[in-house]
Design a protein around this ligand. Structure first.
Ligand SMILES: [Zn+2]
Length: 222
């Protein structure tokens, strides 16, 4: 946790109205055309970096990278609200539900380098709960897009709020960014924490209790 800085996003009606959950449209292209075009571009990039794309170790690299990036950005084609609602149950449970330590790997949109860590989610149901594995699935959906950590945190919280209409949601994301660690910025072991909450979690006492529940898991892992 050395050098951790915390960025807090506050919930507002204006933020909720923003189309943060909208899918981005792809150019109308078949999957084959798209992979072929990506492969051509990665070949050009290798040349521009001073490499010989025809040497043995690199011959199939552009194709492999194209496939890898299609996989790493597959979240654009998924609807996270629909994922949560695919396992929606009526349940008169009004205590907090906590899902801690969901591992994620995402890509920073500024450098196209990985950032990765853990997502912790808490919510207080109001008549509806979702399957616990669905929460991990929406983390995958949002992390498999080009992201900034702050926005990913907010999107997970707002998606939960939209799909389940709970009394409140709190999301904490703790991550390391390779764009910081590999590029020789001074704080190489820094971890960044971002938080977003809605509804009942405006109460500082509830947030402190939730934070303790999130941290209980971090300690166990160490
Ligand atoms: Zn970056």
């Amino acid at each position: 946790m050395a050098g951790m800085h915390v960025l807090t996003c506050f919930y507002s009606k204006e933020q909720a109205a923003k189309p943060v959950l909208q899918m981005h449209t792809q150019q109308p292209m078949s999957q084959e055309e798209r992979m072929a075009a990506l492969t051509d571009h990665y070949t050009a990039i290798l040349s521009l970096l001073g490499e010989d794309p025809q040497r043995e170790g690199l011959v199939k690299t552009p194709q492999r990278v194209a496939r890898a990036w299609a996989e790493l950005t597959r979240g654009y084609g998924e609807d996270p609200v629909a994922i949560l609602r695919s396992a929606l149950f009526d349940e008169q449970y009004h205590n907090m539900v906590v899902v801690r330590g969901i591992e994620f790997y995402s890509l920073c949109e500024h450098h196209l380098l990985p950032f990765f860590g853990h997502v912790h989610v808490a919510y207080i149901p109001d008549g509806h709960i979702t399957g616990l594995s669905k929460i991990a699935r929406i983390v995958n959906t949002f992390s498999h897009r080009l992201q900034v950590q702050e926005r990913m945190t907010q999107q997970i919280a707002l998606c939960m709020q939209e799909a389940l209409a709970p009394r409140g949601v709190m999301v904490l994301v703790e991550a390391r960014h390779l764009c910081m660690q590999m590029r020789g910025v001074a704080k190489q072991d820094a971890e960044t924490a971002t938080m977003h909450y809605t509804g009942a979690f405006a109460d500082p006492a509830l947030r402190a209790e939730t934070m303790a529940a999130f941290r209980a898991e971090s300690k166990k892992e160490e």
